[in-house]
Design a protein around this ligand. Sequence first.
Ligand code: ADP
Length: 904
Amino acid sequence: MRFPPFNIFRKYLERRSSETESGVQLTAVSGMEVLQIRHGLLLFLLAAVRAQVNPGVCRYPLGMTGGQILDEDITASSQWSESTAARYGRLDFDDGDGDGAWCPDIVADADIGGPREFLQVDLRSLHFVTLVGTQGRHADGMGNEFAQRYRIKYSRDGSRWVAWQDRSGRKVIEGNRNAYDVVLKDLEPPIIARYIRFMPIADNSMIVCMRVELYGCEWLDGLVSYSAPAGQDMIYRGLDVHLNDSVYDGTVGLLMEQGLGQLTDGAWGRDDFLHSHVYGAWPGYDYVGWTNESFPRGHVEMTFEFDRVRNFTSMKVHCSNMFSRGVRMFRQATCHFRTSESDWESQAVSFHPPVDRVSQGARFVTVPLGDRMASAIRCRLAFNEAWMMISEVAFQSAGTAVYNTSLTPRKRGHPTNLLPGEDPVHKVDESNTRILIGCLVAVIVILLAVIVIILWRQVWQKMLEKASRRILDDELSARLAIQTQAFSFHHSSQSSGDMSNSNSTYERIFPLCSSDYQEPSRLIRKLPEFAQSLEDLAGSSKSSTPPQACGSDGAPHYAEADIVSLQEGATGSKSYSSVTAVNMSLLSGKDRDMREFPRDKLTFKEKLGEGQFGEVHLCEAEGMQEFIKRNLPEAVNDCLNTAEGGSDTPVLVAVKTLREDANKDARNDFLKEIRIMSRLRDPNIVSLLAVCVECDLLCMITEYMENGDLNQFLSSHQLNDETQSSDKATVSYSNLISMCTQIASGMKYLSSLNLVHRDLATRNCLVGKNYTIKIADFGMSRNLYRGDYYRIQGRAVLPIRWMSWESILLGKFTMASDVWAFGVTLWEIMTLCKEQPYSQFSDEQVIENTGEFFRDQGKQVYLPRPACCPAVLYSSLMLGCWRRNAKQRPTFQEIFSQLGESQA
Ligand code: ADP
């Protein structure tokens, strides 16, 4: 069902509201909507009808579109071709037979004697026509002819034709502006006629085609014409009151003859005859009036001619009764009847309406006509005051009804789906009401659905945010809760000891499950096991030095499961089970390489830095070369920083010592790092050379990297092609790429072991000679870069600016999250560590941005391309590392290859 009633009503209302302003208004609507319009109009009008304003109701389509008007009743002065004959001139109707409209042969210019060509519609009986619709020839887009202007002529008898004109005397009607839209035109005044002619006006050069529809109802009154003395002018207090019949369509002299006019236009005068319903009309416009001074006999005689002999029951006369201004309704009506062209019957009907000396309201006065048979009625209306004014006359005859009380739509013609006895008006009304209700319900349902969807989306988003935060807060913090206890324990023990450096507070950088951190009592129980573990680890250690301060109940054993659970707890991801398995094998395999180095062979040289576990010192290790030759593979051997000299020359090493007051967690992690590092053998991973674990003071001996950590190194350098000169040492772009490649290589190695670093950053890479880069710090952070870590409600620190969204929100650490961190590390290198990632963001904003990565609505902020970073490297590699979908991020193998290519 194609029924947009609101549209129709809106259009209709627009038209109705504007027509009072201009009197004449055209409304363009789509041709497709004509049917809808007519039903919409009906519905609206029936709903809004004031009982008396029947011409307003009388707007039924008379059958051009619907087919009630037969082809034979549609004729034309000429036709362009047989396919554009008159019968094709039906509005919004194209049966595919013809060419889609009526098109006359040649259309005359309006200026040369007016239009001659016409399309004529015979309505077979008198009709009250209130509205016309026109349309051009569209023919499914093939046609483009239409009438921009046209005129209308009409006739009641087929012989006498009247040119329609509006109340201002304009005869030309503005028509169509395109070939498809329907343009409706209210006829003000309406037409009472049987024959209507549409007469297009156009340039000679233009072929004009028309499709038309008439709207109105059958004129059951049967009145063909009335004749009366012409209305007169009144001067009321200096005001000219014109009481003529301004729309009378007959001849007008002293007498008005053979026409219809204001007395049958359906517009009744107002109580005050000086005012009118018609906007801008002159005083007295609605009324036809006479003064008794001009009628010595004291009455006005009017003759009414009808289409046929009828049995008249009554006549209704709408009169002014404004006696305060010298106007009263008639005192007496005397009517004579005539059935043929013969004489008037002598027997008259006389009626004396009661004189109303109270109300000055205009009213209908009903004159009973005594069921007299006649085809013409002559009535004499006697004056009762100086003036008599009437605005409407209507007749009622047996078997018919005057239009004022019961306008009837056209019933003749073919397609109608009405059953006998059905009222077409009500049928339309009811069906439309159902449709209207249906549409309203549908609209309401759609609106409700939209509201529900919007609300649902909002709720969903909030839930998502909450869930994210909950994961961040609850899940991670829950995992870290025990860690907090450990911290507090550490703090308290620290405060009781002589170590007062708060910077040395140990904090994990990633979440751990409870098994990773143990209560002090458990620590005490397990500590001996650690010692045993390391003893086992040392295997056939030649050191005979007995454990110092390691407890008296034997060598401690470090539970491998603890290391495994460290990995498990940190990831919480499924993919980690396989990682765990690999780590298990990695860590539980035979470890014969890690040997105890005699502490007394270490000579302190200088302090290199301070980390989470304690201090890092540069030491000379006497006999280290020999020691390594025996204990470590060649690869490690080669990369040692040996002082010049023979094999007994002391070697420079970095010695990382666990501070004395370290709590069990710190000790645990220190040992774990030893175990992890002891199995790593790669040119780009810092090598663990030896350990000192046989006494209470644990330390690990690693190769010495002369240039410290990469962050410090790069911050103190500038790019060698930078224009401004400074004291800073320089580094070239290819050096930078080389560094990146080395890190990628080291990470490639780690990923081959399925080992997740979880804290890759420049601060955790060390720089040796010739820009050699080695990855260090397996699972630790350092105070020096405290600002790089985010503290969640005081419970934990996380390197959020390097972490992937899934690591932050889901606690998920994988190779892919290491890749993300590598992207950030790459960015650091390319900016020469001159600023922190997202330096303009607070920690909270970084977390918020992480949420945007998760939502992926294009609101996430990426780190910008560093100045020295080629666009291709930024877009293909850096941004690739930060893809939301972890699976779409490149692997370290791919990264390594790509960097290798860009290096070449
Ligand atoms: P953390 O324990 O906080 O991770 P580290 O103990 O690894 O930190 O290192 C602290 C500092 O000591 C580093 O920033 C670096 O400057 C220096 N350092 C550590 N290891 C070495 C090494 N092998 N060679 C040279 N310097 C080192």
